[in-house]
Design a protein around this ligand. Structure first.
Ligand SMILES: Cc1cc2nc3c(=O)[nH]c(=O)nc-3n(C[C@H](O)[C@H](O)[C@H](O)COP(=O)(O)O)c2cc1C
Length: 199
């Protein structure tokens, strides 16, 4: 019998039920329909404290801060990861950025300690923005790609949704929900192939 891959969704918005949450819900729903199990981790709920730059992880490969064990466990257990976030001042919201920065131990293990890299896993991201400033998605996309690379994620797609500002605006953009669903299904299918050895 085939094992069901576990797709982890990381929600980046401090606003529960907003556009990026709705898009992530659509992606995870499609992943379930494609046979995956899903888990949702919201940065606003885990409230990771920011990296202090102490560089202890450069020596040990572990973070010295007391919080975050559940987040590291969830990331390690996932067969695939999808991040969904609004653009905030051309980057990602502070809570998600704190979570991203706390991924430094994975970087340290690979690039400073020479430990085996995390297994390659499929994934992607969804970024949504109101469109009120001229700086676009580039900053948030680069930050997200950077952390996904360190986590060993092969990015299938970054879904970019522009012009959604009020919390339910994406509901008036069915194309955006369709693209989010397509990403969820593609990630589930790619992780299923890897989990089940291509069978
Ligand atoms: C603090 C803050 C900063 C924002 N910065 C940007 C920005 O730089 N560019 C942009 O297009 N939209 C920006 N927005 C608009 C959000 O990206 C938009 O409202 C988005 O739909 C919020 O997603 P959510 O509903 O998932 O929270 C900002 C909103 C807030 C509250």
């Amino acid at each position: 019998m085939s094992a069901r891959p576990l797709v982890l969704g990381i929600a980046g918005s401090p606003r529960e039920g907003g556009n990026s949450d709705r898009l992530l819900d659509a992606a995870l729903q499609a992943a379930r329909e494609a046979g995956a199990e899903t888990r949702l981790l919201a940065a606003r709920d885990v409230g990771m404290t920011p990296c202090t730059g102490c560089n202890s992880c450069s020596a040990t490969g572990e973070c010295v801060l007391a919080d975050g064990a559940d987040v590291y466990d969830a990331i390690d257990a996932a067969d695939a990861i999808i991040v969904s976030s609004p653009v905030y001042f051309a980057g990602v919201p502070a809570g998600l950025k704190a979570l991203f920065d706390r991924m430094q131990p994975y970087w340290a293990r690979t690039y400073e300690l020479g430990l085996p890299r995390p297994p390659r896993r499929p994934g992607g991201a969804i970024l949504v923005r109101g469109g009120g400033d001229p700086y676009g998605f580039a900053g948030a996309e680069a930050t997200t790609r950077s952390v996904l690379a360190v986590l060993g994620i092969d990015v299938l797609e970054i879904v970019l949704v522009e012009g959604a500002d009020a919390p339910a605006d994406v509901e008036r953009e069915p194309g955006a929900l369709v693209r989010a669903r397509q990403l969820g299904a593609a990630v589930a299918s790619a992780s299923s192939e890897r989990t089940n050895g291509g069978s």
